[in-house]
Design a protein around this ligand. Structure first.
Ligand code: URA
Length: 434
């Protein structure tokens, strides 16, 4: 088999065989196929697309490019959740304990943040001592013991995706449905869960800007997951403004704790209840969505979901006291209110730009090697649809010095738009694809 023939076949609109796809993935992962040939094939895939059969074969070849986690030694149904990423997305911090408190085992591999979106691992590291560097054995035994573990993805899991994603990033080949599907689903399949729930975000702060594109991506991921034998559900959810109110690592942890304590609701709670219901029903832990919601709400009311977060924090080396006393979490020395330049209704909050405000404060990574400040970010005091008077606070900035606080306040103010009439505010949940 020759790589040049495979490239030419896809360039001319042909359908690649499983063997050709396997040859490419094995050869590229091993370093036998050079970047320039892989780039040419990726660009041909961007232009010509792939059939569902090709996408499945690509996904499975990538999944098997490294180690796969075998969760079969753990009793019960094992579930995993994935978000395509957004601003203020602390969903996993609240959702995973909520679900695990209902007896469904959550085995989650997570990533770090890059650019305007944050990562669950960075957020969890706000707990002093917390570590996501678990061996496979420690990961499995923790899921068995407390029903929940969150680990950083190891280098051995899906090495093909690591190489390919880095190459796609610099060759203009990220935006392709089969390439995105295979990248996300190969990692999820390799991580071994029986139930996979996908939060596919759409809007200004998301990877997929339109609901239609998010729906296409979600439908394809659900099909590939099912063809690979996993119970897979996708929720299309809005990312037109930051999720919840807090953006920034420790600030988001505090918000997740408030939700688990029953003192925070809104779009974040609705999202957690919807994703949680999908997980409980698909896992057989609830008879239907209404039953699942009731169980999840009871877990918040009786403190068991918050206690599960404390168990997780302790199991992974963190200070569990911080779950019940958030003054033990990092906090920034400077706070500054952002006065509203106008009155009326807030008609929008540019999500991507507001994510960049948090990044420039030091809360996110401009490059993979940036060191982040866990304490900084902002908390929105107004969200889309709220009324506001001129000069009233739109948000509170948390910064490490006065200068960066003032710069962030000016930038964040520019993310808000206003109107005289109440704007339409679509709910956070757009569609569920089962
Ligand atoms: N996230 C991934 O993991 N892979 C992609 O290709 C895009 C988003």
């Amino acid at each position: 088999m020759q790589m040049t023939d495979i490239i030419a076949k896809k360039r001319d609109g042909g359908e690649l065989t499983r063997e050709e796809i396997g040859y490419f993935i094995t050869g590229y992962t091993r370093g036998d196929i050079p970047d320039y040939q892989a780039s040419a094939l990726l660009m041909a895939i961007v232009w010509r697309g792939m059939t569902r059969r090709e996408t499945l074969d690509l996904t499975l070849a990538m999944m098997h490019s490294g180690e796969t986690l075998d969760l079969s030694s753990i009793t019960g149904v094992k579930a995993d959740k994935h978000s395509t990423g957004g601003v203020g997305d602390k969903t996993s911090l609240a959702l995973l304990p909520m679900v695990a408190a209902q007896g469904v085992r959550m085995a989650k591999m997570s990533g770090r943040g890059l650019g305007h979106t944050g990562g669950t691992i960075d957020k969890l590291e706000s707990f002093p001592g917390f570590s996501c560097a678990l061996t496979d054995e420690a990961f499995l035994s923790q899921v068995e013991r407390i029903g929940l573990a969150i680990a950083g993805q190891t280098a051995d899991l899906d090495p093909a995706d690591k190489k390919l994603y880095a190459l796609r990033d610099v060759t203009g080949t990220v935006s392709s449905i089969p390439l995105i599907v295979s990248s996300i689903m190969s990692k999820k399949l390799a991580a071994g869960a029986d139930v996979i729930v996908l939060d596919v975000k759409c809007g200004d702060g998301a990877f997929m800007k339109t609901e239609e594109d998010a729906r296409t991506l979600a439908a394809e991921m659900v099909e590939i997951g099912k063809m690979a034998g996993r119970r897979t559900v996708a929720c299309i959810t809005g990312m037109d403004q930051p999720l919840g109110r807090a953006v920034g690592n420790a600030l988001e942890v505090k918000e997740a704790i408030a939700l688990l304590s029953g003192s925070f609701g809104g779009d974040l709670l609705e999202l957690c209840l919807t994703l949680g219901s999908c997980i409980l029903t698909e896992s057989g832990a609830a008879a239907n969505d209404a039953d699942a919601r009731e169980k999840l709400e009871r877990g918040i009311a009786d403190g068991s979901a918050l206690a599960k977060l404390a168990e997780l924090v302790e199991a992974q080396g963190g200070d569990r006291r911080a779950v019940y006393d958030t003054s033990l979490l990092p906090s920034a020395p400077v706070t500054l209110e952002v006065p509203s330049p106008a009155g009326g209704y807030v008609s929008g909050i540019a999500a991507e730009h507001s994510g960049l405000v948090s990044m420039h404060l030091g809360g996110g990574r401009a490059t993979k090697d940036s060191v982040i400040d866990l304490s900084v970010g902002f908390v929105l005091n107004k969200k889309t649809g709220d009324t506001v008077a001129p000069g009233e606070s739109l948000a509170t900035i948390h910064a490490h010095d006065e200068k960066s606080a003032a710069e962030a306040a000016a930038s964040l103010s520019g993310c808000f738009s206003f109107s005289d009439t109440k704007p339409e505010t679509p709910g956070i949940i757009r569609t569920i694809i089962r």
